[in-house]
Write a protein that binds this ligand. Structure first.
Ligand code: DAH
Length: 373
């Protein structure tokens, strides 16, 4: 027997063992070690391949198919084992990283909807039913929209009541930029942008340099504006009554309109709502004139001053309307019984957990806009 014969015989004998080894390889690195031992540069099958070069042509022709088949067998077995091992590794990874989507939700959802947000949603729902859209405007406002267009030219004494936060920047329309002191500038912006007729509410943040138990430098208002033909004070009174009855969910809400003054309305009225004293607490409902009752000032309103309609690009002989403005925080306190405004903005999770609302308590008219806390 030649050397080649010996090598071939040894290889033949060991190929069965080699394949058994390949099939038993426990992981990819063990398999790689076997591959190097058989097919690597110094591998046993590679050595066999090299013997072909030294053979005479006839011998090579006779032996080459068997040797090549051997190499093929080994590399097929290695490829098959590799696929099997990779598949198993992927299976194991998938099993380890599985997420059980059928797990129940955490027992106590932590987040709550802030009472101010809840009340704003209630307002939007009530007024949407009366045909009002929600309008917005910037909190960093131009002096002209916040004051001048609302019939408060520079040096108007009413400006002094607003405790305004001014920026150093000059405003495009004159004066300085400021943090809006009320939501009324949204009236002007919306009339200029959309013309008439118009029915909007504009809820949002407003700012005044003022802080004590009942005043915070930032608070919330909602503005109402109706512009149309032949609008009069009766429309205003009906709208406010309808709104407040829906909001407080009581049919016995009684309003008292008192003559007042705002530069942007003429005539102007302040609206009081009757309450009863129950165990020392004010409960809205009934006439404020009855025994044990009283009147509480709630909001400002009036017929839009023709100068405001003019500044807003409309003809005041054709278009009239009414407007009102009310504190949203105040409405929330009255409806849900909180007594310290400052707590609204402390971000104390205990307060929020107590007074906040479930995100599932979407106010709807059919279910009653008062969410159950
Ligand atoms: N802007 C007023 C304020 O902040 C509230 C107000 C009063 C708004 C009368 C109105 C209104 O639209 O007609 O004190």
């Amino acid at each position: 027997m030649t050397d080649t014969d010996n090598l071939a015989a040894a290889a033949d004998a060991s190929i069965a063992a080699a394949i058994a080894q390949i099939e038993a390889a426990a992981d990819l690195s063990a398999l790689e070690a076997i591959r190097v031992a058989l097919l690597g540069k110094q591998g046993s099958i590679s050595a066999l391949m090299k013997t072909l070069g030294a053979m005479a042509p006839e011998e090579r022709q006779a032996r080459a198919p068997a040797i090549q088949a051997l190499r093929q067998q080994a590399s097929d077995a290695i490829a098959a084992r590799k696929t099997a091992l990779e598949g198993a590794a992927l299976e194991a990874q998938l099993a380890a990283e599985a997420l059980d989507l059928t797990l129940p939700a955490p027992e106590a959802p932590r987040g709550t909807v802030h009472p101010v947000s809840q009340v704003m949603d209630e307002l939007a729902e009530i007024f949407a039913d009366l045909g009002f859209a929600v309008a917005t405007g910037p909190e960093i406002e131009d002096d002209w929209y916040n004051f001048t267009a609302l019939n408060m030219p520079e040096s108007h004494p009413a400006r002094a009541m607003h405790d305004t936060f001014y920026f150093p920047d000059t405003a495009p329309k004159g004066g300085r930029m400021l943090l809006r002191t009320h939501t009324s500038p949204v009236q002007v912006r919306t009339m200029l942008a959309e013309g008439a007729p118009l029915r909007i509410i504009a809820p949002g943040r407003v700012y005044r340099s003022d802080s004590d138990a009942t005043h915070t430098p930032m608070f919330h208002q909602v503005e109402g504006l109706v512009i149309d033909r032949d609008i009069h004070l009766g429309h205003l009174k009906w709208t406010l009554e309808t709104f407040l009855k829906a909001f407080f969910e009581r049919d016995d809400i009684v309003l008292r309109l008192r003559p007042s003054y705002f530069p942007f309305t003429e005539p102007s009225v302040e609206v009081d709502v009757g309450f009863a004293l129950v165990d020392g607490r004010r409960v809205l409902g009934g006439s404020g004139d009855a025994a044990g009752h009283g009147w509480m000032e709630l909001l400002g309103s009036g017929m839009v001053n023709r100068r405001v309609i003019e500044a807003s690009g409309l003809d005041p002989d054709e278009w009239q309307g009414f407007a009102f403005g009310v504190g949203v925080d105040r409405l929330a306190m009255l409806k849900y019984g909180m007594d310290d405004l400052r707590a609204f903005f402390d971000g104390d999770v205990r307060w929020l957990g107590h007074y906040g609302f479930s995100a599932f308590d979407q106010p709807t008219l059919s279910a009653g806009v008062g969410a159950r806390a």
